[in-house]
Design a protein around this ligand. Structure first.
Ligand SMILES: [Zn+2]
Ligand SMILES: [Zn+2]
Length: 261
C-alpha cells in the first residue's frame, strides 16, 4: 500500500475526470491522498480542497498560503484558514508554506514574513506543517530554527535540496518527502541524498499535476504514479517495493495520527 503525501487533485486540471483519477489511485493500492489547497486564499481554492477531502474517506487536506501567493496573505486569509481547520477534522496539516526564490512571485521580504506568521499560526493550531522551499535553503533553515517546535513535526515536501538541508530539517523533526524528480535521469545528487535519509523519515508524493515520474514523463501526473517514486526509493534503499510502500505509509499515519481504511 502507498500514500501520496502531496497532491493537488482539487485543482482545475482534474475537473474533467477527478473521480476516475481517484479510482486509478485506489486500483494502484494508494490508500490515502493528501490534497494541498494552494492559490489565492480569497479565491475559494482552500474551501475546494477541504470539500474534496470531506467527500472521500481516503483523501485528507492541507491548507495554507504558498510562498508564490504570500503577497495575498492577510488577516482575512488567516481567519479563513483557521476557521476551515476548526470546522473540518479532514484538514491535517498547514501548508504548503515556505520560500521560493526561484520564481520570486512574491517579494522575498513578504515571503519570509508570511512564512514566519504561518509557522506561528500552525503551532497555535497544533498542526504539522508542509514546507515548500526552492533556492532558499539558508533562509528556510534560519526561520524554521527560530519559529518551529520540533515536537509538532512536518514535511519537507518535494525535496530537491542538499544533504545539509535534509539534516538540518530532520533535526527539527521533519520528514523528507520525495517526488518524481528523484526518478529523473539527471537526479544522481538527489538520489545520493535520498540514500542518506533514514527509513523512518521517508515519505513519497506526486505533487501532481507536476513532476511526472519516469516512465510517464510528458503526461499529466496523478496519484497512481506515486508507486514509481516508491519503486525508486526502494531501489536506493535495497528494499522491495512492498516494504517501501509499507514504510512510507506507516510514516504518514504516524506523523498525522490517522487511520487508513
Ligand atoms: Zn510545493
Ligand atoms: Zn504542492
Amino acid at each position: 500500500m502507498f500514500v501520496d503525501s502531496h497532491a493537488h487533485i482539487d485543482g482545475a486540471e482534474y475537473d474533467a475526470d477527478r473521480e476516475a483519477v481517484i479510482q486509478r489511485a485506489r486500483d494502484a493500492s494508494v490508500r490515502a491522498i493528501l490534497t494541498v489547497g494552494t492559490g489565492d486564499p480569497h479565491s475559494g481554492a482552500l474551501e475546494r480542497a477541504v470539500r474534496l477531502a470531506g467527500a472521500h474517506a481516503d483523501i485528507f487536506a492541507a491548507i495554507g498560503t504558498h510562498p508564490h501567493d504570500a503577497r495575498l496573505f492577510d488577516l482575512a486569509a488567516e481567519e479563513r484558514i483557521k476557521s476551515l481547520i476548526e470546522q473540518s477534522p479532514r484538514v491535517i496539516a498547514w501548508g504548503e508554506i515556505g520560500l521560493d526564490y526561484h520564481y520570486d512571485n512574491s517579494p522575498r521580504e513578504v515571503q519570509r514574513e508570511v512564512f514566519r506568521r504561518q509557522l506561528r499560526l500552525a503551532r497555535g493550531a497544533g498542526l504539522p506543517v508542509i514546507i515548500h522551499t526552492r533556492e532558499a535553503e539558508d533562509d528556510s533553515i534560519e526561520i524554521l530554527r527560530a519559529e518551529w517546535d520540533p515536537e509538532r513535526r512536518g514535511i519537507m515536501h518535494c525535496f530537491s535540496g542538499s544533504q545539509k538541508l535534509a539534516e538540518a530539517t530532520m533535526e527539527l523533526g521533519f520528514l523528507i518527502s520525495f517526488a518524481g524528480v528523484v526518478t529523473f535521469k539527471k537526479a544522481n545528487d538527489l538520489r545520493e541524498v535520498a540514500a542518506q535519509v533514514p527509513l523512518d523519515r521517508l515519505l513519497i508524493e506526486t505533487d501532481c499535476p507536476y513532476l511526472t515520474p519516469i516512465p510517464y514523463r510528458g503526461r499529466r501526473n496523478e496519484p497512481a504514479h506515486v508507486v514509481e517514486v516508491a519503486r525508486c526509493l526502494a531501489m536506493i534503499h535495497g528494499k522491495t517495493l512492498e516494504v517501501m510502500g509499507q514504510i512510507t505509509t506507516n510514516n504518514f499515519t504516524e506523523l498525522f495520527k490517522v487511520n487508513l481504511h
